[in-house]
Ligand binder design. Structure first.
Ligand SMILES: Nc1nc2c(ncn2[C@@H]2O[C@H](COP(=O)(O)OP(=O)(O)OP(=O)(O)O)[C@@H](O)[C@H]2O)c(=O)[nH]1
Ligand SMILES: [Mg+2]
Length: 257
């Protein structure tokens, strides 16, 4: 892929991120300019009650107002906008809370430009800064990552990472429906099934500025529910066969045991 011809769409979902969004957008502009790619920064804002939208507009970003709610819903709006603007291109998604480093964008984009991957995901465990990920989130992430690997054959090292780069053409091959936080896992599961090349690269993860929107227990359960929903259709064949055998054994045991 030729970086001089490829357009870069940087999609940032936000709700009340006035303390961080200005800095995130400035750093994204600098990173994109250094990459010498034509780019557009797209902030998809939920129902922010602070100055997030004004700051984003002042910084020259395209601001999309999200009528509904949810992290996945916001990203999907941003992806659809990008797809409506260009046939080909690369989408980068990251949070508006100063946790991910825009300076590390080349690490995510390079494998796509070199046509070694279709979706590149940052692995935060390679560079966690003190206080950046709460203990419960860390344990939950490990559990969800292990499960998605076993059940769906995704070789993930950080399944919940929100720093990703993907081609518009790969996005067109998968239909993403999840409106909330499970969106991140849905993308991995469906991309794997569609035969897309997923690649994890080491990134840093800084302490958040502003209040978290993630609710670890509620969102964790929603992600487990997504795994259950998708398993019959998208699960690994061996895992599905084993599950069917176990169910059959349980039925036989219940009838004749
Ligand atoms: N537009 C929109 N953005 C959202 C919504 N929920 C979360 N976000 C944004 O999505 C990004 C990710 O949410 P976070 O609260 O940072 O969740 P997280 O990164 O998993 O958790 P932290 O480690 O605490 O940052 C942030 O920029 C949020 O402002 C939503 O419903 N709509
Ligand atoms: Mg975040």
């Amino acid at each position: 892929m030729d970086e001089h011809k490829t357009k870069l769409f940087i999609v940032i979902p936000t709700v009340n991120e006035e303390k961080a969004i200005g800095d995130v957008l400035d750093r994204c502009r600098k990173a994109a300019e250094e990459l010498r790619m034509s780019y557009e920064r797209i902030v998809v804002d939920g129902k922010s009650k602070d100055r997030t939208r004004e700051i984003a507009e002042e910084r020259g970003a395209t601001v999309i107002v999200q009528e509904g709610k949810g992290y996945g819903d916001a990203l999907k709006l941003g992806f659809d906008y990008a797809a409506s603007r260009s046939e080909e291109g690369i989408v980068v998604m990251l949070d508006g809370d100063n946790t991910y480093l825009p300076e590390e964008m080349p690490t995510l984009i390079q494998p796509i430009l070199e046509e070694r991957a279709d979706i590149v995901i940052g692995n935060r465990f390679a560079g966690l800064k003190p206080g950046s990920m709460r203990c419960l989130n860390r344990v939950g992430n490990r559990l969800l990552t292990t499960l998605v690997n076993i059940l769906f054959g995704v070789s993930s090292s950080d399944s919940q990472s929100g720093y990703r780069a993907l081609t518009l053409s790969s996005l067109r091959k998968i239909k993403l429906r999840e409106k909330g936080m499970p969106f991140a896992s849905e993308m991995l599961i469906k991309a794997k099934k569609a035969g897309l090349r997923l690649l994890w690269v080491p990134i840093s993860y800084d302490r958040r500025i502003g209040k978290p929107k993630l609710r670890p227990i509620k969102d964790g359960i929603a992600i487990l529910w997504l795994y259950l929903k998708l398993f019959p259709r998208y699960g690994r064949t061996t895992a599905r066969v084993l599950t069917a055998l176990l169910i059959a054994l349980a039925v036989v045991a219940a009838l004749y045991g």
